[in-house]
Design a protein around this ligand. Sequence first.
Ligand code: TXA
Ligand code: MG
Length: 329
Amino acid sequence: MSPETPPDDLVARAAAILRSGGLVAFPTETVYGLGADAWNPRALALVYRVKRRPAEHPLIVHVAGGSALDELAREIPEQARRLAARFWPGPLTLVLARHPRVPLEVTGGQETIAVRVPAHPLALSLLRAFGGPIAAPSANRFGAVSPTTAAHVRDDLGEDVELVLDGGSCDVGLESTIVDLTAGRPRVLRLGGLSEEALSEALGEPVLSGKSADVRVPGNLSSHYAPAAELSLVQASELEAKVREANRTGARVSVLVPEGVTVPEGVSAKVLAADPGGYAHELYASLRELDRAGAELVLAVPPAALGVGRAVLDRLERAAAPRPTQRSR
Ligand code: TXA
Ligand code: MG
């Protein structure tokens, strides 16, 4: 479609594609999503196929407002209402008990459902035009870095997605924070765009974090969110020594650092904002850039582990984790 097509027409076309069981990629404030009609099992099957995602990994359902919770969840605890009122639209996903009519394809066969209201005007326009819940994982192939621009989506999914709504680059740049409200005390299943501090403050008690035995969260696979290059986390104080060591291996080395950290001479560098929010915003696009430039080893210095900085550290740690396909590199 030509760049001059008015946004309302594009949104109407996107809604029509969803109604006919097709897929549409759309921007949210966190990352781009690959959307399908959440009530249509065949459309949902297509999402899994295009993403190459294992069928038991559940999808997040996107809605236009908190009132949609009643048709998706069997039980809505007071804490869910409070968090929804406080943080929606925004980078927070709530896990609740699934309403019996929600297709099991959405929930990966689980009895729980993940829901959020995205804070992006195009996402909200699409949700209103479509008039129902949209199931959407991040619009990348399974295991890769999430897309934060429309061009990233095209690079990843090409013609497998009929329409990509272009809403510019995503403000937050990291996925939503996922909170499980089905097991008593609220528990953070995935760190993301909303900090644990903000959640605890809103709930009036500290949220739990870390794994609980029976919840499957593929974003929690240790090797998820990885660029093609090997990634190693380093502290600013050891950067120079690590670069020297890495150079001896003959690998093409790049560094990823927050502004203010001294970059050793002669190494290619990607300098991100010093504040954790700015670093998060640029992180995924930068990892893609380093891949395109042919980096084989990225030495990454994280931002301060405050607020969203904790989520950044989480993603960098996962990107640095050993990967099943990396043995030969
Ligand atoms: O910011 C985001 O959350 C983005 C945008 C597009 O909204 N979406 C996203 O989707 O990151 P995806 O599919 O890449 O990651 C969804 C995560 C997975 O880790 C999945 O396991 C978890 O949500 N999830 C979905 N349903 C769940 C459930 N019922 N219980 C526990 N985790 C669930
Ligand atoms: Mg994802």
